[in-house]
Design a protein around this ligand. Structure first.
Ligand SMILES: [Mn+2]
Length: 306
């Protein structure tokens, strides 16, 4: 029996024996759901692993291999995480995306914070401006690739300087929302769980921020892994997001591929379909043993529900 074949039996992911499940076949009553597309996050931090620096290298060989593999598996898109926007080979990425017929629906910015500790809420004005500059270049790349740009970890931590730092974040978002509008793309604020961020942890907080600031080009990105920790109901949180919801990260409760934890993806997708959501389900998952296997499990389990 092939290890790639995925059914109701134990499969070994990351050295643990995890019991996989087969979601019920709902294709007959979920016709609208077919409009949703599937992408995989590719980064050097989380998801389908891309070596650090591969988006900047002129070679782009790793990037092409990754697009080719995900195209073969039937993905519609590849979400990228950009660490060094000023040296990213956006033209090469754009050509690769066209060559393999895969869109780049979104660009993550979390690695800018993770590797360089620059955030949109930095209390030091020089550092905040550097963060805005890096985000501005990322937005320009987003315009070239027709991608939305994610505001997640890049919000930074506010700690005990709550009022001052939220003020800084507001200032940054006011600027970046206008830049996104000028470039014709959208920003997406992603609520993150309490262990990774200390403000905007829930859909409610994100919506209040967006409407309070009257941001024109900023919507909402929800992530099933974070919602499973912070929201009392994932389905209610999605409904609350409504038309502001412009992108969705999917990962199971343990952050492995959908189907390897206890989130009910059939319910999640039904709720999205009822909202008329026709954008991406983008897998942002830990791929401890094999990125390829995780990508296979993800698309198999999601396609079954669409
Ligand atoms: Mn996410």
């Amino acid at each position: 029996m092939s290890g790639e074949d995925f059914g109701n039996r134990a499969s070994n992911v990351s050295g643990f024996n995890v019991i996989s499940y087969t979601p019920p076949d709902r294709s007959h009553d979920l016709i609208e759901a077919a409009l949703m597309k599937i992408s995989m996050v590719a980064s050097s931090g989380i998801g389908y692993l891309l070596p650090k620096g591969s988006l900047e290298s002129h070679e782009l060989r790793d990037v092409r291999n990754m697009f080719s593999r995900l195209a073969d598996l039937g993905y519609d898109g590849v979400e990228l995480s950009i660490e060094e926007p000023f040296s990213t080979q956006s033209r090469g990425i754009s050509k690769t995306s066209e060559q393999y017929g895969l869109e780049v629906p979104a660009i993550g910015t979390g690695l800018i914070y993770k590797y360089r500790q620059l955030s949109l809420s930095d209390s030091d004005e020089v550092n905040r401006r550097r963060a805005v500059k890096l985000l501005t270049r990322t937005i320009e790349i987003g315009a070239e690739l027709n991608s939305l740009v994610i505001i997640g970890l890049m919000r930074g931590r506010i700690g005990s300087q709550r009022i001052k730092r939220i003020g800084k974040f507001r200032k940054s978002m006011m600027e970046c929302d206008r830049i996104a509008e000028r470039e014709g793309i959208q920003l997406a604020i992603e609520p993150l769980n309490r262990y990774e961020a200390d403000y905007i942890n829930t859909v409610e907080e994100a919506l209040n921020f967006i409407s309070g600031m009257k941001l024109q080009s900023t919507g909402l990105l929800l992530d099933t892994f974070h919602m499973n920790i912070e929201e009392s109901s994932i389905e209610d949180a999605i409904r609350r997001g409504g038309k502001k919801l412009i992108h969705l990260h999917v990962a199971d409760s343990n952050r492995y591929a959908p189907g390897l934890g206890h989130i009910e993806f059939a319910h999640v997708i039904k709720t999205l379909a009822e909202l008329g959501y026709d954008r991406y389900l983008s897998a942002e998952i830990l791929t401890p043993s094999s990125p390829l296997k995780a990508a296979q499990i993800t698309i198999k389990n999601l396609r079954r529900l669409l």
